[in-house]
Design a protein. Structure first.
Length: 81
């Protein structure tokens, strides 16, 4: 779910109804959390802006770190709740 949310342009308040619909369709809550974190942290316009400000290796490190955090949050939330 984190990889699906990465290219989307999501802000968290607008993604809450989408997350609610996913939970209604019985998507695991950890996957929904990973979707929200990745969608809110990484988007195509944000990457374009970061590429204008920073060198590509730093932007790639940011994307990898955000994906790792989103996936970790999904697993943590799924197993703790």
């Amino acid at each position: 779910m984190a990889l699906i949310a990465t290219p989307l342009y999501l802000n968290v308040p607008a993604a809450v109804p989408l997350a609610f619909a996913l939970t209604e369709k019985h998507v695991p809550l950890g996957a929904v959390i990973a979707f929200l974190v990745a969608g809110g942290g990484i988007s195509a316009p944000e990457i374009a802006l970061l590429l204008k400000m920073f060198r590509p290796p730093l932007v790639a490190a940011f994307v990898v770190a955000m994906l790792a955090i989103a996936i970790a949050m999904g697993y943590i939330f799924m197993y703790l709740v």
